[in-house]
Design a protein around this ligand. Structure first.
Ligand code: SF4
Length: 360
């Protein structure tokens, strides 16, 4: 048993329908296939760490499992959730109901991430999403009825044909729900997705930047903290699991398509669901050098308002950050501040160009 890994991610690869933008690891839901996958998950989780601080069940669509399967999954995970502070599951509004919420509650799930994406019916249809805004509203009401208040919504912007007014309406609708956490992603059209096959493209860079600026301003005005480039939270509702990634902690990734990092190695489980179920999956393991890890740590940590912990950085890589990167720090003296033992990026819109100067 290893006692160092604090974070567990489990990928549920099943979905009831396939969204136009999606290139995550997914297959269409099939009851028998899910039953076989559950057996493999059970085997996979044997001998894992029992002291996780955060658990995140993502997908895919974990909520598309039937009640019995959902209960089975959560009971497999139960031995690892004894000390968990944050236990998240992703749901799609059309595949969750009160019975499932009762099951989630019973097993200690205390945070729900809902795929809203947009409140605009036309754009939802374009994305091949099968819910509408009212479904999301009803879902949130049900969660609150069962005292699950730590709710996050996923939203996509820069969608093909989306106008600024469309975005503003979605943000207004989102604000009316008053959930404590929001993740907003600009659309990237990945190869092989339905959008790609239909030759759709996201909006031009200038419109996308305007949308980002609009989102940031209005959410900050409404008391959300812009704590990570794509994430906003009311105070105290930042995602502990995702903060683990940005803090560059080690984490366990279980099931097809999941990635994990452990003791200077990153492993990637192949996306093929059948190979995983049949135990024919070959996990790709990449050894990370000290300088690669140091750079990745900088890259991840500068995404947040908390920045890079300089003491931890020295402890991890035996590198004095201020000395080693003094040229880059000087060059970006207007973009980076050193405060309370942290290096914080105050100009995250240009983070990628800043990072070039930190590359070895
Ligand atoms: S976006 Fe989510 S729900 Fe849609 S196909 Fe991808 S994994 Fe499934």
């Amino acid at each position: 048993m290893d006692s160092f890994i604090k974070h567990l991610y489990i990928h549920v690869p099943f979905c009831k329908t396939i969204c136009s933008y999606c290139d995550f690891c997914h297959v269409l839901y099939n009851e028998k296939l899910v039953d076989r996958w559950l057996k493999r998950i059970k085997k996979d989780l044997e001998n894992k760490n029992t002291e996780y601080e955060t658990i995140y069940i993502g997908g895919g669509t974990p909520s598309c499992l039937n009640n019995k399967q959902l209960e089975e999954l959560l009971s497999i995970v139960k031995p690892f959730s004894n000390n968990v502070q944050e236990y998240t599951i992703e749901v799609n509004p059309e595949t969750i109901d009160e019975e499932k919420i009762i099951i989630l509650k019973e097993y200690g799930v205390n945070r729900i991430s809902i795929g809203l994406q947009s409140s605009n019916d036309r754009l939802l249809k374009l994305m091949n999403r099968k819910h509408n805004f009212l479904d999301v509203k009803n879902c949130i009401e049900l969660l609150r009825k069962h005292n699950i208040n730590n709710i996050s919504l996923d939203i996509i912007y820069s969608l093909p044909t989306q106008t600024m007014d469309d975005l503003k309406k979605t943000i207004d609708d989102v604000l009316s729900l008053n959930v404590p956490h929001l993740s907003l992603y600009s659309l990237t059209i990945e190869k092989g997705t339905i959008f790609d096959k239909l030759n759709y493209s996201s909006l031009d860079e200038e419109t996308e930047a305007d949308m980002y600026e609009y989102i940031e301003n209005i959410l900050i005005k409404n008391n959300y903290v812009h704590y990570e480039i794509a994430n906003f939270a009311k105070e105290g509702y930042e995602s502990k699991h995702n903060l683990g990634y940005w803090n560059y902690d080690d984490y366990e990734g279980v099931s097809c398509g999941a990635v994990g990092k452990y003791k200077h190695h990153r492993y990637t489980n192949p996306k093929d669901v059948l190979s995983y179920i049949n135990e024919k999956d070959i996990v790709e393991i990449e050894e990370l050098t000290n300088s690669e890890e140091a750079f990745e740590n900088i890259m991840m940590s500068l995404r947040t308002i908390y920045g890079l912990d300089l003491r931890l950085f020295k402890e991890r890589y035996k590198i004095d950050f201020l000395e080693e990167y003094k040229d880059a720090i000087n060059k970006h003296e207007n973009d980076l501040i050193i405060k309370d033992g942290h290096c914080i990026c105050i100009n995250r819109e240009i983070l990628n160009s800043i990072l070039i100067d930190f590359m070895g």
